[in-house]
Design a protein around this ligand. Structure first.
Ligand SMILES: [Zn+2]
Length: 204
């Protein structure tokens, strides 16, 4: 089982938007300057907004909201996707994806689960922590804020991929799953937490 590494904060953190945004989109001047979040010790500072010194236009940089669904079958297996595309191609991932503009996070999660697995989510609860990720796609580094939902589904007999180009479905035994098999940083952090909590509750 190979270990998959992804980008880390700071290393690729300047790819977007600093490389791409150089001119004010309103007046076209070159005085479009990034303003950083206040630096805290040990943490990477990110560009918070751009400000045009010529016309005063401001453009704020925000994380994209993304979702992932934890769906357990028979208390033994977790529903995962083997990623067919970069980033982290070939690694395991949870079903889920980006929240569209104007869409709620839970709607995005339910939509993505159906698109990827043909399963209908019947109930879900929001995990009490969120996770940051950097998602390199098409040369642009997107910063995401990931929400996790613990879900139940209607009928496992419906399980099939509706979008094979995104990846293949795998039911992975929880006692065989390791965080190293998971490529995306935020998903790996959640899986690490989940497996640790599960081993504490099942062994104690
Ligand atoms: Zn301007």
């Amino acid at each position: 089982m190979s270990t998959i590494t992804t980008t880390t904060a700071g290393m690729a953190g300047e790819l977007f938007p600093k490389k791409e945004i150089r001119y004010c989109p309103v007046c076209g001047s070159q005085g479009f300057m990034p303003l950083r979040s206040s630096e805290t010790s040990g943490e990477t500072s990110f560009i918070r907004k751009y400000h045009c010194a010529v016309c005063g236009f401001e453009f704020f940089m925000n994380a994209a909201a993304s979702t992932m669904a934890l769906i357990i079958k028979d208390d033994q297996q977790v529903l995962m996707i083997r990623r067919a595309r970069d980033p982290a191609r070939g690694s395991l991932d949870l079903p889920g994806g980006f929240v569209d503009l104007g869409e709620s996070a839970e709607h995005a999660m339910i939509r993505e689960v159906y698109e990827e697995t043909n399963l209908s989510v019947t109930s879900h609860i929001l995990y009490p922590r969120t996770f940051c990720n950097e998602y390199l796609y098409g040369g642009v580094l997107y910063h995401t804020l990931d929400l996790v939902y613990i879900c139940e589904v209607d009928d496992w007999a419906n399980l099939r991929s509706n979008d094979p180009e995104e990846g293949s479905i795998e039911l992975v035994r929880l006692d065989e799953l390791t965080p190293q098999q998971v490529g995306l940083t935020s998903v790996r952090r959640f899986i690490t937490e989940y497996l640790e909590t599960r081993s504490r509750t099942t062994s104690g």
